[in-house]
Design a protein around this ligand. Structure first.
Ligand code: 0RA
Length: 654
């Protein structure tokens, strides 16, 4: 059976042909190949059903007819989406293939039929997501559509993947006389979503709703979770739109100034909404949206913005004398250091490209964003000279740091090039030179370092003691990092360079770098600092699986005259089960210093008796988040993270 196509379902068409009959075959293709319509039948696909319905309400809001949307997760597994828009039209088709059916029934039972009515009102819609409410109907075991229009309440029910259970009916007057609107309630079909189930995840829904509220200034977006144990109500509404979005993103950071640069523009078929602020940090956060959809891979809108940003800032820096004639231009990366920006565009036929279809490909949007940013950002800088000068100053500092880092890198590299002689005094290197068999132990404190030197196998194991706390690299630029002694020593010892555009894991002198720190608070801080350093500056070491955490035992006890070490609580339990008559006295070991070299070798360093924890990165985005929470400025969220994850600090892989 040929698949139904939207092109054949011209609303109100008077010609009745075979192709229209295929349209009337309805929703079978959706049930046969759900992935084609909602991406997957996992949790992502399940939530896609909600986005599909909500997008229709947001379209109604964008057209200026809807001010509030409420998404409710019900106790019985249903989700309802209610809006106060015009209400889906209810009048019957006078002729054509849908003759006699209400417009509402057609919207819910014919693929792609949504938004085909009243043409003008639907200039801009989601594109990728705008496959229509009928898809939701097809993938639900039950759907209830309720509409208030012209003072009357209408309803129609659908079952078993979109089959109408009776015709549209009037159920009485609208509860509120002049209030129009639509409520779609759906119960997802568990046979479709069998793999991961039909339970909605509140967090997934609220994140999306909050973003929608930011992107649609003033729109009231309510979330109601009525499920037992999970009950909550949240309202998102932002008078400032994406200005509030930028402030929200910078809330856990320190803003460079309180103002947010903002401009909007519109031309035939496309609109632009931009908000920009800088923070005192060193990472770049530019977030693009096209028709309300996040474009995580960037695209033409972001390209146009970046080009204009670099040009406007350089022009301003020259005009004000911050850059002299002899000076080089600032690079884009200098200017974008610490930026937080939202680039939200709307356009008629968005082209989503790239690996995850999250990159905007429309070329026309690039010149539009570039042209508008050139004009409007320059204007903003002229009107806000104190802010503009702060940005320029930060960018100039970033450029200096970039050049300083380059020189410092070269210096470190020159040192490394002097081979053996260049190795730091503190490093007690091993004699073997094949990285596949060598190990570097980074040991907290000089005295534990001394013990480790005695405990090691000098052929394959190198020891680098580090004193006190190394620099927090999350809060320092590369040039400052490179002046820090402990960090210099680390870079030289490892030998693969530094910085994510330069570091080369194939040059690493050891394929195991083992962090050996105490099991107390100080030890855990040092461990985190070192992990942050490797993650930010030598990420390939982490990705190659070269970074390990040593696990010195937590307990010791005696059996007769023999001292036994126990790795953790479960080892202790196993010991008790095997030695029921034991006197049950255990020492809790706090410091590495409590062990002599034989004990340290036996429990922690010797290949046959030790346990090493390999550090892994599962989710890059998640890791970024954890890093900035752990090492950033926001003390509150750090406290919260540490409290919720304190149970197993020994297993903190990120
Ligand atoms: C088609 C035409 C019109 C509105 C809608 C669809 C509409 C659909 C949905 C889905 C959820 N909420 C909705 N609200 C409206 C325009 C009708 C007119 O011209 O009055």
């Amino acid at each position: 059976m040929p698949m139904a196509s939207s092109k054949t379902s011209t609303a109100g068409s008077a010609t009745y042909g075979a192709k229209d009959i295929q349209v009337l075959e309805g929703l079978d293709p959706v049930r046969k190949r759900p992935g084609m319509y909602i991406g997957s039948t996992g949790l992502a696909g399940l939530h896609h059903l909600i986005w599909e319905v909500v997008d229709n309400s947001v379209d109604e809001a964008m057209a200026g007819y809807c001010t509030a949307i409420t998404v409710t997760l019900h106790e019985d597994g249903a989700c309802s989406v209610k809006d106060n828009g015009r209400g889906i039209p209810v009048d019957p088709y006078p002729s054509g293939p849908h003759k006699g059916k209400s417009a509402l029934e057609v919207v819910l039972t014919v693929l792609h039929a949504g938004g085909k009515f009243g043409g003008e009102g639907y200039k801009v819609s989601g594109g990728l997501h705008g496959v229509g409410v009928s898809v939701v109907n097809a993938l639900s075991k039950r759907v209830l559509a309720e509409v208030d229009r012209g003072g009357t309440r209408y309803r129609q029910e659908f079952v078993e993947g979109g089959k109408p259970k009776g015709k549209l009916s009037k159920v009485g007057p609208s509860p509120k006389k002049d209030v129009t609107g639509t409520t779609i309630t759906f119960w997802p079909d568990p046979t479709i979503f069998a793999a991961e189930g039909v339970e909605f995840v509140a967090r997934t829904v609220t994140e999306r709703l909050q973003t929608m509220a930011f992107l649609n200034k003033g729109l009231e977006v309510n979330f109601v979770d009525e499920r037992k144990e999970k009950a909550q109500k949240i309202t998102y509404q932002y008078k400032g739109g994406i200005i509030d979005f930028v402030k929200h993103l910078n809330a856990s950071r320190e803003a460079l100034f309180t103002k947010v640069a903002h401009y909007e523009a519109a031309e035939a078929d496309q609109t632009l909404d931009v908000a920009i602020q800088w923070n005192t940090g060193y990472y770049e956060g530019i977030y693009g949206y096209a028709n309300g959809i996040s474009t995580v891979e960037g695209g033409m809108h972001v390209e146009g913005f970046r080009t204009a940003l670099t040009s406007v800032l350089n022009k301003y820096a020259r005009a004000t004398g911050a850059l002299k004639e002899k000076d080089d231009n600032l690079l884009g990366e200098d200017i974008r250091e610490g930026i937080t920006a939202i680039i939200a565009v709307k356009l008629r036929e968005p082209q989503f490209e790239g690996q995850t279809k999250a990159k905007l490909g429309n070329v026309s949007i690039r010149s539009f964003v570039q042209k508008e940013t050139n004009a409007r950002l320059e204007e903003w800088m002229m009107e806000n000279p104190s802010e503009a000068n702060r940005i320029v100053k930060k960018a100039v500092a970033a450029a200096q740091a970039r050049i300083a880092a380059k020189n410092a890198r070269n210096a470190v590299r020159r040192k490394t090039a002097l081979a053996g002689a260049g190795m730091p005094d503190k490093l007690k290197d091993c004699t073997a030179t094949d990285p596949a068999e060598t190990e570097l132990f980074i040991v907290e404190g000089d005295s534990a370092g001394g013990t480790a030197v005695d405990a090691r196998d000098p052929r394959t194991q190198a020891i680098l003691p580090i004193r006190g706390k190394i620099l927090n690299v999350e809060r320092a630029r590369l040039d400052k990092m490179l002046k820090n002694n402990e960090i210099q020593t680390l870079i030289t010892a490892i030998g693969g360079g530094i910085g994510n555009d330069e570091f080369d894991a194939t040059k690493a002198r050891y394929h195991k770098v083992v962090i050996l720190a105490d099991a107390d608070v100080d030890g855990s801080h040092i461990r985190t600092l070192l992990l942050t350093f490797f993650y930010r500056q030598m990420r390939p070491m982490v990705e190659s699986g070269y970074i390990y955490i040593a696990q010195p035992p937590l307990y010791s006890t005696e059996v007769g005259k023999e001292k036994i070490y126990l790795k953790d609580d479960s080892a202790k339990e196993r010991f008790l089960a095997e030695h029921p008559n034991h006197k049950k006295e255990f020492q809790r070991l706090k410091g590495l210093g409590e062990m002599d070299w034989q004990e340290l070798r036996e429990t922690t360093m010797h290949e046959s008796s030790r346990t090493l924890l390999q550090v892994t990165v599962d989710e890059a985005a998640l890791a970024e988040d954890i890093m900035s929470v752990l090492m950033g400025d926001d003390v509150e969220s750090r406290k919260q993270f540490i409290q919720t994850n304190a149970r197993d600090v020994r297993n903190l892989d990120f």
